[in-house]
Structures are given as structure tokens and as C-alpha cells.
Design a protein. Structure first.
Length: 110
């Protein structure tokens, strides 16, 4: 996941390919909306989901509001683990509905 001031991008991969790309607005009407999406993906895949959240420095408030409902909710789930990772630039751009290069950083580090 990439949290930016103007959008939230979600990239889901399996070991061989991209499975799902989504671009969402930087706000939600429900405090568990994002966690529920991630739990649904975990149920779909039949296993625990490990997610990485890259947060742009201009989007810290967006991340806090979406993921913690501004401090009202502690996002805990037996199906999902979310790690907040430092954002690093990468020159390659993916085609499709937006720029998902930040979400591929975990591959580069392996």
C-alpha cells in the first residue's frame, strides 16, 4: 500500500504476478474499511496476509485517519499483519491505473 496526500494505492501480488491494483481516495467513511479489504484478500487467498504500508511524509494524516480512524481504532486482525516501511524512490514506472513503483520496493530488498 502506498499512502499519498491525493490517493491510496493498493498492489496485491502472488509469487508470479500482480493480482490486483487499486487506487482509492485518501479518506474513508468507515474506520475499518481498509482493514476489512485486507481481511477479505486474506480470506480469498486462504492464508494470513502480510502487507507493507509506505507512507509519504505529506500523507501521515491520511494514513492515521484511514488506518487508525484518527486514534479511535487499533487495527488488530488475526488475518492481517501490516508493517509500516520507509518510502524510497525508485525510477521504474508500472503501466496501468497509476504509478505503483513504491509498492514493489520489498522485491528489490530481497
Amino acid at each position: 500500500m502506498l499512502f499519498e496526500a491525493e490517493r491510496v494505492q493498493l498492489l496485491v501480488k502472488d509469487p508470479t504476478d500482480d493480482v490486483l491494483k487499486a487506487q482509492l481516495p485518501p479518506w474513508t467513511e468507515h474506520p475499518r474499511a481498509l482493514l476489512t479489504i485486507l481481511e477479505g484478500l486474506s480470506l480469498w487467498s486462504g492464508g494470513r496476509l502480510c502487507a507493507a504500508a509506505y507512507v509519504d511524509e505529506r500523507a501521515t494524516d491520511c494514513f492515521e485517519q484511514i488506518f487508525y480512524a484518527g486514534g479511535l481504532v487499533e487495527p488488530a486482525s488475526p488475518l492481517v499483519t501490516v508493517d509500516v516501511c520507509p518510502r524510497r524512490d525508485r525510477p521504474r514506472r508500472l503501466g496501468g491505473i497509476g504509478d505503483f513503483r513504491q509498492l514493489r520496493l520489498r522485491e528489490v530488498g530481497r
